[in-house]
Design a protein around this ligand. Structure first.
Ligand code: PMV
Length: 348
């Protein structure tokens, strides 16, 4: 009876060019670009017990020590999808223990770090069972990224540190819809190497529209064809901006992508609105700070009302002072200070 065991810690990520809309089997309708965070992590341990002769894999998921029914269902479906092509999974029962170090509903994609960590554990086990002819690190993370993608598209980008691109783009011949790739150090100007992301938690309520439902609303969306072209253009532009270190161009693109995402939600059928009055308050204050006080800050939004305030590391003191000054005008007082990180860590 073989028993496999693996533990990984994986961070979440924040997309600057957004993935919104799918095609085929969990492939993106457009390329996306993100940077991986540092402080917001999921840690997952997978124990796999051999149980030959099963038709499909079984799993039990524990979150912070407690059995979690909804996660068990989602992970079981995920493992079944993978097992259609990855035969060894059928011969094992999986016991999974997972924990997040960031609050649920804080505007940080927990599915990205969760499926990133799980896919890294599964890839470790796969390589232990069937060692590939060459133990190449790039191949390992590429494989993990392609497995993570099946669970949650944005998770494909979380298996690397720094800046990553998921989806085919003419700017990078090695890019793919099936897995994300990491941008090399020389492709990133110093100003974008230590970016800060302070999450202004406007609301910590769970959003009432899941991202799967949101992606599905892009089928037949009146603006979808134009959106996919624009996202592909923005991907090419952002890759160039990251190399050149052009902050004003970065800020323009970042804000435009955030608003595009929410504009697509507001114009879908049925439409939905995730922004809150305080989201608009902060957007206006950020604009004011950039125009009148020349603070080099910008923002992006995920699928929710919380603001991701993005700025270079050198501005940290000024930005924190600015945030404290404006806090009194709002009811949102929770800030989560994160920054670009170096990627997942193998614990066991
Ligand atoms: O990975 P999913 O299926 O939860 O979709 C994520 C979509 C956004 O977070 C809104 C954008 C992105 O690219 O991360």
């Amino acid at each position: 009876m073989s028993k496999l065991n693996s533990t990984w810690q994986c961070p979440s990520n924040i997309a600057i060019v957004k993935y919104w809309g799918k095609k085929g089997f969990q492939l993106p309708s457009n390329p996306s670009v993100s940077f991986t965070l540092s402080q917001c992590n999921t840690t997952t341990t997978v124990k796999a017990y051999e149980h030959p002769g099963r038709r499909k894999p079984e799993s039990q998921v524990y979150k912070e020590g407690e059995f979690h029914e909804a996660f068990t269902q989602r992970v079981t479906t995920y493992l079944e999808e993978l097992a259609a092509t990855i035969r060894w999974l059928k011969d094992f029962d999986f016991e999974i223990e997972t924990s997040n170090n960031f609050p649920h509903g804080a505007g940080i994609a927990s599915s990205a770090s969760a499926f990133g960590a799980l896919a890294l554990c599964l890839t470790t086990m796969e390589w232990e069972l069937n060692p590939p002819s060459s133990m190449n690190e790039d191949l390992f993370f590429r494989r993990a990224s392609s497995l993570a993608r099946i669970g949650s598209g944005s998770a494909a980008r979380s298996v690397y540190g720094g800046w990553t691109v998921w989806g085919k783009t003419s700017a990078l011949p090695e890019s793919s819809d099936k897995y994300a790739i990491k941008l090399a150090d020389y492709q990133i100007h110093d100003v974008f190497k230590k970016l800060q992301d302070t999450i202004i938690v406007v609301s910590d309520h769970t959003k009432n529209v899941s991202s799967s439902a949101g992606h599905a609303l892009m089928y037949g969306h009146a603006y979808a064809p134009r959106r996919f072209v624009r996202a592909a253009e923005n991907t090419r532009s952002l890759i160039e901006i990251l190399t050149l270190g052009d902050w004003p161009a970065f800020a323009r693109l970042c804000e435009s992508e955030a608003l595009d995402l929410h504009a697509l939600m507001m114009t879908s059928n049925p439409p939905f609105l995730l922004l809150k009055p305080e989201t608009i308050f902060w957007i206006e204050k950020i604009k004011e700070a950039t125009v009148h006080h020349h603070l080099p800050i910008t923002y992006t939004l995920d699928a929710g009302p919380n603001i991701h305030l993005i700025y270079p590391e050198a501005e940290t003191t000024n930005v924190r002072k600015w945030l404290e000054e404006h806090k009194k005008y709002t009811v949102s007082t929770q800030f989560i200070y994160d920054h670009l990180g170096t990627g997942p860590q193998k614990i066991l």
